[in-house]
Each structure stands twice: as structure tokens, then as C-alpha cells.
Design a protein around this ligand. Sequence first.
Ligand SMILES: [Zn+2]
Length: 61
Amino acid sequence: MAVVEFHLGETLTMRKAHPCGGTEWRVERLGADIGVRCLTCQHYLLMTRSKLEHAVKRAPK
Ligand SMILES: [Zn+2]
């Protein structure tokens, strides 16, 4: 399986909506864990890379 790359400031679309109803998140921190912020309610979340890879919906290339 290909490694998914994340970039600072990138907007991600999640498969599952946040409780606030939003599905768009922005990458704010890169590292062992990746920090993302919900663009709808501004909630900040730290996720492991593998968890984030599964949560993100990627546009087909
Ligand atoms: Zn939210």
C-alpha cells in the first residue's frame, strides 16, 4: 500500500463527519502524530498517521 503524504496547511476530507457535521480538516502539525483542525467547529485533534490515513477520503487520481 502506498504511503499517504500529508502537508501542512492541506485541507483533508474525512470519510466520516465530525459530530459538528463537518468533514473538512486542515493539517496543522506533522510528526509521529498529526494534528488536524476541524474547519467547521475549529476542534483540534491529534491522530496517529495510520489512523488519519484510514479516516481521510482521497480524491481518485
Ligand atoms: Zn467539527
